[in-house]
Write a protein that binds this ligand. Structure first.
Ligand code: SF4
Length: 287
């Protein structure tokens, strides 16, 4: 599969995510991990994951898919968003240094490790998998052949071309629906919420299992009005049986001026979800 289009003889446009970076020779995109090398898009983190763990599938979170199973999870450096509260900012927002020093895990090794650890799936997670899609897809195609499922934990900012391609190998997605306010989304993540909403509708129409997560942040997206808009969008466009995970925020990265989300706020979000017609609303990060 080709992940870019040629603009002229040494300039290309990346077609992985909706930033659609135009890259002159040797230029690297906003995600810091995809580069124009001799007119082709090279994913610098291919086979170079920096986080590899065996997780319970409920940690993704997925509560309605392969319940009780283990999932082999991996992530790399880089991200196409710059969420001010990112809890994995050490890998998502840092510059890649000494890529050669990172242990290589080929797609074959990842699939082998998943099988020997008795995992029933592989999760592309921790940072945004769209930016390492060429690596994820190479793993995913092999995984599928060996009977493993593929799980994409994503911010939903892919191009339509990638969403279309995901239908051929991805089995389940958890998509972050971070807020419903266009201006706040742009300012605090660098993304466009309308693209995420478009992709959610496309995924809901596909055979890919879909669950949604919203990190509920005080004085950012926790008003009754905004939570209701999110819940009603899910009910109206994705389906009342799509699970919604409402998770508590804790201060991290550049967002240290806000407090931890209270249990009361999470319960309020759950009530708004169920009153809006959602059948499955789950709390996250509260004890
Ligand atoms: S994946 Fe990276 S290089 Fe490609 S469009 Fe997105 S930010 Fe730009």
């Amino acid at each position: 599969m080709k992940y870019c289009t040629e603009i002229d003889h040494n300039t290309i446009q990346c077609s992985l995510c909706e930033h659609k970076c135009v890259l002159i020779e040797n230029a690297i995109g906003k995600c810091k991990v995809n580069q124009n090398v001799d007119g082709s898009l090279v994913c610098l983190v291919h086979s170079k994951p920096v986080a590899v763990h065996v997780d319970p599938i409920e940690k993704k979170p997925l509560f309605h898919f392969e319940i009780g199973s283990k999932t082999y999870s991996l992530g790399t450096y880089g991200c196409n968003f710059k969420c001010q509260w990112c809890q994995n900012y050490q890998i998502s927002q840092s510059e890649i240094k000494n890529i050669e020093s990172i242990t290589t895990y080929t797609p074959e090794e990842i699939v082998h490790n998943a099988l020997t650890n008795n995992c029933s799936s592989i999760s592309y997670t921790y940072n945004e998998p769209t930016i390492f899609y060429p690596y994820a897809r190479d793993i995913g195609m092999l995984a599928k052949e060996r009977g493993l499922k593929n799980i994409f934990v994503s911010n939903g900012f892919q191009t339509e071309t990638i969403i279309e391609d995901m239908k051929t190998w991805v089995d389940a997605c958890n998509i972050d629906l971070k807020c419903f306010n266009v201006k706040n989304c742009k300012m605090f993540t660098g993304g466009d919420i309308n693209v995420v909403l478009r992709n959610l509708k496309l995924l809901a129409k596909s055979d890919i299992h879909l669950e949604i997560t919203t990190l509920v942040i005080p004085d950012f997206n926790d008003s009754d009005e905004e939570l209701k808009q999110i819940a009603e969008f899910i009910v109206t466009y994705l389906g009342s049986d799509v699970p919604w995970h409402v998770s508590a925020f804790h201060p991290d990265y550049k967002m240290t001026d806000k407090s931890i989300t209270s249990k009361e706020t999470i319960f309020r979000a759950m009530e708004i979800g169920t009153k809006s017609g959602l059948k499955y609303v789950y709390p996250g990060n509260i004890w």
